[in-house]
Design a protein around this ligand. Structure first.
Ligand SMILES: NC(=O)c1ccc[n+]([C@@H]2O[C@H](COP(=O)([O-])OP(=O)(O)OC[C@H]3O[C@@H](n4cnc5c(N)ncnc54)[C@H](OP(=O)(O)O)[C@@H]3O)[C@@H](O)[C@H]2O)c1
Length: 347
């Protein structure tokens, strides 16, 4: 600080001693102090969120009081883990997914282990038909729902240029990630609002975003755009529902081991679903790595640091980040095509 003040004084001495010059220097100095202060505050907030604050208490969302949590894409990966960890927090559940047999197994296990009510519904969300939503309405009608976890999502089977993306894959991604998320949220949100009002607790709508939406991702263009859409939609909804006691959060994640990511072994940057969900639920309502964003959380510590560093340096929309991302996905595509070739030869 003393160094900067000295510099300002020296510049004043040698420079033209006009009033305008002095004002400009103090403006630059003030701007620097403001930038440094906000950076320090964001860094402190990141450290507190990730490493120092205790877990969020879910009694504010009605945990243990017979309230329900609806989870989409709940039969595998991250969604299945949300089901287990919300049951452990004493929420009854509505689990929506495609494969009935997987849902039945999870239902049995959760009811036996945690003594909670578990309703299941098997629908293929990629079919954009009214029957899906009628079925969801029928299962959820009359239940005291306070939490909705919009987890269901689909990505490209392998990185692919936009112009070579098959129409079915493109349509499925948009239908599952966007249309279904919007329509299910329109069905469930009024129930959450009225349950929160009548039970004097809060509601929560948590939607799974992705680093592919945070950082424009060449060769995953449609998936990237669909997750970016969720960022804007979720933030806008957060504003609308703030005075209705409903928290709306978008959870951002880099890779997690699952059948979607096709990664089996966890590492420093790639947690398993259990650890990812545990850090998400511990921190709901806080920013972690997404310090610059309202109603958004990057909960897993290594993802959070990655997000924070990019945002504080080159920025998520920079040419540099875009080029690095492109190179990385080109190499993933080459390896995926080679693997497919090997498997085709085996057959
Ligand atoms: N894994 C990652 O690296 C990663 C990174 C960032 C964000 N995300 C996001 O996290 C969310 C969960 O991903 P995940 O990795 O856990 O995926 P996953 O392991 O592939 O699980 C997807 C879940 O969604 C269900 N589902 C898929 N298509 C469906 C359809 N047409 N109709 C109904 N249900 C359907 C699946 O049901 P069935 O089991 O019956 O098929 C399964 O329960 C997604 O929104 C994804 O975009 C994941």
């Amino acid at each position: 600080m003393t160094l900067i003040v000295n510099l300002v004084e020296q510049l004043q001495a040698v420079g033209r001693r006009s009033e305008l010059f002095n004002i400009s220097l103090w403006c630059i100095f003030g701007f620097g102090v403001l930038k440094a202060t906000t950076f320090i505050l964001r860094t402190l907030s990141l450290i507190f969120d990730l490493f120092l604050l205790p877990s969020v208490n879910y009694s504010k969302y009605g945990a243990g009081k017979g309230k329900y949590c609806v989870i989409t894409g709940a039969s595998d990966g991250i969604g299945k883990e949300f089901a287990f960890q919300m049951a452990r927090r004493h929420f009854n559940l509505v689990l929506i997914s495609r494969t009935l047999s997987k849902l039945e197994t999870i239902q049995k296990e959760l009811q036996g282990k945690f003594g909670v009510e578990v309703k299941i519904l098997s629908v293929d969300i990629s079919r954009d038909v009214p029957e899906n939503y009628t079925a969801i309405r029928e299962v959820c009608e009359g239940l005291p729902i306070t939490v909705l976890i919009n987890n269901v999502g689909q990505s490209h089977s392998i990185p692919v240029p936009f112009l070579a993306t098959e129409e079915k894959e493109l349509r499925d991604i948009i239908t599952i990630n966007n249309t279904a998320t919007l329509l299910i949220s329109q069905l469930i949100t009024p129930i959450i609002v009225s349950t929160a009002a009548s039970s004097k607790c809060r509601g929560l709508i948590l939607t799974m975003g992705s680093f592919a939406g945070l950082i424009p991702t060449p060769l995953l263009a449609t998936y990237s755009g669909s997750k970016s859409f969720l960022q804007g939609w979720s933030n806008a909804l957060a504003g609308e529902l703030r005075d209705k006691n409903v928290d709306v959060e978008l959870a951002l994640s880099y890779l997690v081991t699952s059948s979607m990511s096709k990664i089996r072994r966890a590492s420093l940057m790639i947690p398993n679903a259990k650890n990812f969900v545990s850090s998400t639920l511990k921190n709901v309502g806080r920013r972690c790595g997404a310090q610059e964003r309202f109603s958004t959380i990057t909960p897993y510590w290594s993802h959070a640091l990655y997000h924070f560093i990019i945002e504080e340096t080159v920025g998520v929309y920079s040419k540099l980040v875009n080029s690095i991302n492109y190179t990385m996905h080109k190499s993933i595509r080459v390896r995926a095509l080679r693997k497919a070739e090997r498997e085709a030869k085996k057959d």
